[in-house]
Design a protein around this ligand. Sequence first.
Ligand code: SF4
Length: 377
Amino acid sequence: MHPLSRLKLLRPPTSDEQIATMRAHVRDNATDRPAVYRMISSDGEIVYVGKSKRLRSRLLSYFRCAFPEDKGARILRGAEQIEWEYVPSEFAALLQELRLIKRFRPRFNVTMKRDGRNYCFIKLTRGPAPKLVVVRGPGEDDSSLYYGPFMGATGVGESVRELNDVLGLRDCSVDQRMHFADQSELFDSFPRTPGCIRYEVKKCLGPCVGGCSVQQYDERLSLARAFLDGTDDGPLSHLRREMEESSERLEYERAAVQRDKLKRLEALRGQFARLRFAVETLSFAYTVPGHGGDDRVYLIRRGRVRAETPIPTTPAAAADLAGLIGEVYAPIERESSQIPTHEIDELLLLSSWFRRFPGELERTSATAGIAPLAVAS
Ligand code: SF4
């Protein structure tokens, strides 16, 4: 049978008769092997994407939902077609499911299946006076910047609070209105009191009350970004320079404050380094036996599948794989903790997979060794 099986049903999509027809189609055509499936409404909307190691059993379980309010029953009532696509393995099904969910955002896949218990990210919001927020993963707003992943949201939250205090960044609600000093002419009545006490205790520059200009706030934000990036000492050397200049001008009180900030930032740098999850540990070739001998090798670098190919069975195919390995791993990548939004869910999926099935790590290998290992004699 063609790997993509499709059934079109008569309207209305939710009738018992249509559901019975769908069930018969699944019973007659689906087989128990890894697959990704989609539930599609009468107007072509993909309302749900799922995956299973045993497709037939999984799909038939939808038709056994005892109560109409069960999620499975609701999905079925919203769909009039079921499509599925066989894939070589459970791992391949997971990856494909993730990609389809990200692409189509089906309404019954309310949230991504994330392993949010262990990791968190620091998100830099957009808009005037951006702020740092600790989140479990990307939201709908994919254009934000994310740093991470980090281990332990509580510890990261405390460190971010301290970073905000040191650099004077705001931490109030995203709805808080901003009134920058250099934009005061835009406002009829310039607010006289800040939205919270942090401005008065000098822990926030006070962009809500004209306490700083756009540029001053942006400069502090750049320091925070460089700091979170973890790749340069920008914020620290900046503060060190300021402290030295204050000393030279004999402004000892100011220099002492800057010295204290410097110490706290140095401590925070170590704190963030300890909390940061080493994405580099998820860099290897992963060999996965597939259904019917459809074995695959996945080239994973820094928590993302960069390439996938059948395991080579001839010297020529092995040479191709060696070339692919070079393309994937040879380019030097900056070890920044800033992570593109589209990579976050895949990284979480991979780390969750290898934590759930630690034995799978035995199928991974340093990329230098994969080509000779993979060639069948
Ligand atoms: S002082 Fe103003 S901008 Fe700063 S955190 Fe408080 S409300 Fe927000």
